[in-house]
Design a protein around this ligand. Sequence first.
Ligand code: PLP
Length: 394
Amino acid sequence: MNKPIYMDYAATTYTKPEVLEEMIPYFTEFYGNPSSVYSISRETKKALDKARMRVAKAINADPNEIYFTGGGSEADNWAIKGIAFAHQNKGNHIITTKIEHHAVLHACEYLEKHGFEVTYLDVDDEGVIRIEDLKNAIKENTILVTIMMANNEIGSIQAVKEIGEICRERKIFFHTDAVQAVGHIPVDVKEMNIDLLSLAAHKFYGPKGVGALYIKKGIKIHNLVHGGGQEKNRRAGTENVAGIVGLGKAIELAVDNMEEHNKTLTYLRDKLMNGLLEIPHTRLNGPKGEKRLPGNVNVCFRFIEGESVLLMLDAMGICASSGSACTSGSLDPSHVLLSIGLPHEIAHGSLRLSLGDGTTEEEVDYVLKTVPSIVQRLRDMSPLYDDFMNKGEN
Ligand SMILES: *Cc1c(COP(=O)(O)O)cnc(C)c1O
């Protein structure tokens, strides 16, 4: 194997050459500060406007509702803390789910230490919230609902439009972390009744460290980053011009090619998923079909550790992940897998393979040839498996 087989697109993607090409002049030629008056700055200012238009178009927003950030985590933190602090006179209750990205969960935990009360909704065994649970959780003092559009670990897609409708009816702000959704599945902030939405370029073939928060016109929100007057006085700091240009180009490409790209991706995903599920004592995590992101595969192999599978896959030139990238290094199993009801020992044996633009059928076939023997080798060394085989325990 020379070139690695990359199956971790949900962690990050490569930057497309067309995207990089549009970015380069903004490092070398048009490097002027967009706030300055001379002509090289007029070019950078125009570039920001163009990128803002492209992002707005991709999610059916207005360009002046788009605010550039330093990525998905910043957008999530801004939305949640900014709404909480700006509206605490109306109430201090926030609703989210147990399967959010840590950028949302940890922002909510921070608010709990500062006088807010947070309800963490359960999900069903496929990783989808029950709409009834949301309705029941809403109280007089609820000011914000923050629920992710699509989950980064198990690919489950929430009924965002319905959630948005409920929030709109009750005049509660609705934020969605759409970092895994934008550029991958159709997103329309108007149709889906979304007030605030987070996105990040590096999840759809743009550069890392740049993202955006959509804030519906007229919404009062506190700043997260204080300083200069950039982004209409709402997000300080000299703009990451080249990054923003890359974001604009990447989102346009992703949305233009979505339908065709997803057909191929769904075919490859299902082939990989069904192949892996033929390995004995293997279960699928997350939903099947429509309610699942087109590029996401997540399975648990009983009796073994996901981390060991990853190391052996790496030795075979395959990049994958177990749990989420942010939790590797800790011994706790993924909070998402625990939330869908898996016991600790099974959640430990998880493997996420996320496919993307560069994935080929040959790669899927190679992975399907490689994984079963890795699983068997690890099971041969596993005392749990030994017990199971000897005693027929379950
Ligand atoms: C990657 C990701 C984030 C964080 O985005 P960064 O750009 O890495 O800060 C947040 N939410 C979800 C669902 C993600 O997948």
